[in-house]
Ligand binder design. Structure first.
Ligand code: ADP
Ligand code: MG
Length: 698
C-alpha cells in the first residue's frame, strides 16, 4: 500500500486534488467559497463536479451520494450511479454541478419531530464545500446539510454550521476591540477522543440484548472485572492490534488524523483519538470513524460496541470533546499567550466560556442526553450530571485575585491589574490533571467530558458555540460603547468572575458530597435523566438565546425536543421488550431444565438409597424454583407496565413514566435473573456471560 504519507488522504478530494484537477480560475473561486462562504456559481459548480467525478471514477467509484446526518444520530446516504446512456447504446459517466450542489432525497422516513407534514415528503440536501468529498467503497460521498421543503434544518450539520457562524460573528467584534484587524475569521476546533469496546462476534451473535439494543440487559458480575487496573494503557493484544492497524489505515485513507490508541480502564475497552480539526470537519470525521470502527471490526470477527453502557458494573464508554477557538491566522484564543495584551484578551475569552457554561449548564446537559448516557453520568466513572468547570489552582488563584483586587502572588505584592503580565505560561504537561470534571481547562483548550460514546459531537458543539457566542455578544455590546475600554474590560471580567464562580470546582467531581454542595449551596442544576433535562430545551432563556443567534428556529427547537424524547422512549421500550422476550424464552426455560436435571439426580440418589436427603439438590432446586417464580412474576409486571406505557399519548408523559416505572421494573427483573445465572450450571445458561464477553478477545 505504500507509506502512510503516500496513502494518507488518498480517498479524499482535498486541496491537493483540487489544485491538480481544477483550472486556476475554478480553484480560486471554490477556495473563496470554502474560506469565506461566498456563493458558488453554476459554471464553477459544473467544473468542480466534473473534476470530482473523473477523480472518483479513476479511483473505482461508480456512484455518488449526498452524505448527511439526519436526527437519527447516524449518517444517511442514497446512492445514485454516474452512468447516463449515450446515443450509441453505451454509457457515459456524468455528474453535473446541479447534482453536486443539491439533492432531493425523500425525507418522509427521517425523523422531523413534526417539522415536515407527511404530505410534503420532499427534503433537500445541500453541499457543504467546507468538508471535503471522499470515496467510501465504490461511492463518492459529498458531505451535505439536510433541510425540509420549508427550509428548516432536519439534520445536525446545519445548526452546527450556524453556531460556528454565530461564534465567529461575536468573536470578531471582540478581536476588533483589541485591535486585531488582520483576522478574517474565527473558528472552533475539536479533537474528540472516542472510547469503545471490542468483543468476539460469535459470542455477540448469541446475545439478543446486544444485537437488538447494543447493551447487555442481563449479566452477573464476572469473577474478574476492572479491579486489578491491569488493562488501562496495558499491552495491546495481537488481535486488537491487527484491528487497530487496519482501522488506522482506513481512516488515514479518508484523511482522518487518527493519532493515539490505547487500552481503557475496563477489560476489552479501548480509545482512539484524532488530531483536532475544525469543528464541522471533526464532526463529519467522528461520524465516519464510528462507522468504520464497526465495519473493520466485522472483518476481524469482532464487534465494536459504541453503546455508552454495554455492561453494568463495568465502566461505560464516553467521548471527550476537546474544544478551542482559533483565528484564521493561527492564534488559539484560549492560549494564555506571552504578552500582557494577549493575557487580557485571553482572560476575556476565558470568562466568556465560564459565563456560558454557568448560564447554559442545562443546554450542555441536554446536548449529551440519551437513554444510554443516563446510565453513565454520575455513576463513578463519568462526570456527574451536574455541570461544573475545572480551571486548576493557578488560574483559579488569578481569577480570585482579580475578583478581590488582591495582589496575585504574595511574593510579588503587586496590585493585580489587567494588562499586567501575570499569567504563568500553561505548559500542557504542567497543568494539573483532573479527570473527574465535566468541563476542564487543559492548558489551551477545554475538554467537555460528558458526551456518550455514540453521541454525534454536533449537539455538544452547537450548544457550546452558541452559549459562548452569547457571552461574547454581551461583552461586545458593553465594550463597544465604553468610554474607557480598559476600565470597562476590567469591570466586565470582575463581574463575570463574581457572578459565575459558583460553576468552578477543582475538587473530585465523583464525590457524593460535591453533588450536595453543588445543588444545595451553589444552586447548580442536577438533571439526572433525559426526561428531566429535555423539556428545558424550550425554556425561554434557552430558546431566546438560540433563536437570537440564528442557530435554531422555534419550530426546529420543538422538533428536536420531540425527537430526543421519542428516541429515549423507543430505546427503552425496545430494551424492555427484549428483556421480556429473553426472560421468557431463554432464561426461565434454562433454569427449569437445570432444575429438572437436579431433580432427576436427587431421584436417582434416593432410589439407590444413596444420601436420600439430597441436601445439595433439594437446596438448589428450592432456591432456583423461588427465583424462576420471581422471574415469571417480574416478567409479567414488566409486560404490564409496557402495555400501560405504550398507551400514553403524550411523549413527555411517556418519557416520565418510562423513567419512573419501566426502568424500575427492568431492574427488578434483572436481579433474580442475574442471581440465577450464578447458581445455574454453565452449560445450561443460554448465552455468554460477562466473563466470556469481556475476556473474549486475545
Ligand atoms: P489527553 O491527555 O486528554 O489524552 P491530548 O493532548 O492527547 O490530551 O489531546 C486529546 C485531544 O485533544 C486530541 O484529539 C487533540 O488533538 C485534541 N486537542 C489538542 N489541542 C487542541 C486544541 N487546541 N483544540 C481542540 N482540540 C485539541
Ligand atoms: Mg482526554
Amino acid at each position: 500500500m505504500g507509506t502512510v504519507s503516500e496513502y494518507f488522504g488518498s480517498m479524499v478530494f482535498d486541496d491537493r486534488v483540487m489544485k491538480a484537477t481544477l483550472s486556476a480560475k475554478v480553484y480560486q473561486s471554490l477556495k473563496k467559497t470554502i474560506d469565506e462562504g461566498t456563493q458558488l456559481d453554476l459554471g464553477v459548480a459544473n467544473a468542480v463536479a466534473n473534476a470530482m467525478k473523473d477523480w472518483a471514477v479513476a479511483h473505482g467509484a461508480t456512484h455518488y451520494t449526498h452524505w448527511f446526518q439526519p436526527l437519527t444520530g447516524v449518517t444517511a446516504e442514497k446512492h445514485d450511479g454516474f452512468i447516463s446512456p449515450s446515443p450509441d447504446g453505451g454509457v457515459i459517466m456524468e455528474f453535473s454541478g446541479k447534482e453536486l450542489i443539491k439533492g432531493e432525497p425523500d425525507a418522509s422516513s427521517f425523523p422531523s419531530g413534526g417539522l415536515r407534514a407527511t404530505f410534503e415528503a420532499r427534503g433537500y440536501t445541500a453541499w457543504d464545500p467546507t468538508s471535503y468529498a471522499f470515496i467510501k467503497g465504490k461511492t463518492l460521498c459529498i458531505p451535505t446539510a439536510f433541510c425540509s421543503y420549508g427550509g428548516e434544518a432536519l439534520d445536525k450539520k446545519t445548526p452546527l454550521l450556524r453556531s460556528m457562524e454565530a461564534l465567529n460573528r461575536q468573536a470578531m467584534r471582540i478581536l476588533k476591540l483589541f485591535g486585531n484587524d488582520s483576522v478574517k475569521c474565527v473558528r472552533t476546533s475539536v479533537g474528540p477522543e472516542q472510547e469503545y469496546f471490542l468483543i468476539d462476534r460469535a459470542l455477540y451473535e448469541k446475545r439478543r440484548d446486544l444485537r437488538f439494543t447494543g447493551r447487555t440487559l442481563f449479566g452477573a458480575k464476572p469473577p474478574k472485572g476492572q479491579e486489578m487496573d491491569d488493562h488501562y494503557f496495558g499491552v495491546i493484544k495481537p488481535r486488537v492490534e491487527a484491528y487497530m492497524q487496519e482501522l488506522n489505515e482506513e481512516l488515514w485513507k479518508l484523511g482522518i488524523l487518527a493519532k493515539t490508541e490505547h487500552n481503557e480502564v475496563a477489560p476489552a475497552q479501548h480509545e482512539l483519538a484524532p488530531i483536532y480539526s475544525t469543528t464541522n470537519i471533526a464532526t463529519d470525521h467522528n461520524q465516519l470513524t464510528m462507522e468504520i470502527m464497526q465495519k473493520v471490526a466485522s472483518r476481524h470477527g469482532l464487534v465494536c460496541l459504541l453503546h455508552e453502557k454495554p455492561f453494568a458494573g463495568v465502566n461505560g464508554s464516553g467521548k471527550h470533546n476537546n474544544w478551542s477557538i482559533a483565528t484564521d491566522t493561527g492564534v488559539n484564543l484560549l492560549s494564555p499567550g506571552d504578552t500582557p495584551y494577549e493575557n487580557a484578551q485571553f482572560l476575556l475569552f476565558l470568562c466568556a466560556v465560564i459565563k456560558a457554561v454557568d448560564e447554559y449548564q442545562d443546554l450542555l446537559r441536554i446536548s449529551v442526553a440519551t437513554a444510554g448516557n443516563d446510565h453513565r453520568l454520575g455513576a463513578n466513572e463519568a462526570p456527574p450530571a451536574v455541570v461544573s468547570m475545572f480551571l486548576g489552582d493557578e488560574l483559579s488563584a488569578i481569577l480570585d485575585a482579580i475578583e478581590n483586587d488582591k495582589p496575585y502572588s504574595a511574593a510579588e505584592k503587586t496590585q493585580m491589574k489587567l494588562g499586567v503580565d501575570v499569567l504563568p505560561k500553561f505548559n500542557r504537561d504542567t497543568t494539573d490533571r483532573n479527570r473527574t470534571s465535566p468541563f476542564a481547562f487543559t492548558g489551551n483548550k477545554f475538554e467537555f467530558r460528558m458526551l456518550g460514546s455514540s453521541n454525534s459531537i454536533a449537539c455538544a458543539n452547537i450548544m457550546l458555540n452558541s452559549a459562548v457566542a452569547e457571552s461574547l455578544k454581551s461583552y461586545a455590546d458593553r465594550l463597544e460603547s465604553a468610554e474607557n475600554f480598559e476600565e470597562a474590560l476590567h469591570a466586565l471580567i470582575k463581574k463575570t468572575i463574581k457572578d459565575h464562580k459558583r460553576v468552578i470546582f477543582n475538587g473530585n467531581g465523583y464525590d457524593e458530597s460535591w453533588i450536595k454542595v453543588a445543588t444545595e449551596e451553589r444552586g447548580l442544576l442536577n438533571y439526572r435523566t433525559t426526561p428531566d433535562c429535555m423539556p428545558h430545551l424550550l425554556d425561554k432563556k434557552n430558546a431566546d438565546m438560540l433563536i437570537s443567534h440564528g442557530v435554531f428556529s422555534e419550530a426546529e427547537l420543538k422538533s428536536r425536543c420531540e425527537i430526543m424524547l421519542e428516541n429515549y422512549c423507543k430505546t427503552v421500550i425496545i430494551e424492555a421488550n427484549t428483556m421480556v422476550d429473553m426472560a421468557r424464552t431463554e432464561i426461565a426455560p434454562a433454569i427449569e431444565a437445570y432444575i429438572l436435571e437436579l431433580a432427576k439426580t436427587a431421584a436417582a440418589k434416593k432410589s439407590l438409597d444413596l444420601r436420600p436427603s439430597c441436601i445439595y439438590e433439594n437446596g438448589l432446586v428450592n432456591k432456583l424454583s423461588t427465583l424462576v417464580e420471581c422471574i415469571a412474576t417480574k416478567t409479567d409486571e414488566l409486560e404490564k407496565a409496557l402495555v400501560e406505557i405504550k398507551s400514553i399519548g403524550d411523549i413527555m408523559e411517556m418519557a416520565n413514566a418510562i423513567r419512573d416505572k419501566l426502568l424500575v421494573k427492568m431492574s427488578e427483573l434483572r436481579l433474580p435473573c442475574d442471581e440465577a445465572e450464578t447458581l445455574t450450571a454453565k452449560k445450561y445458561w443460554p448465552f455468554p456471560t460477562y466473563g466470556d464477553l469481556l475476556f473474549s478477545v486475545n
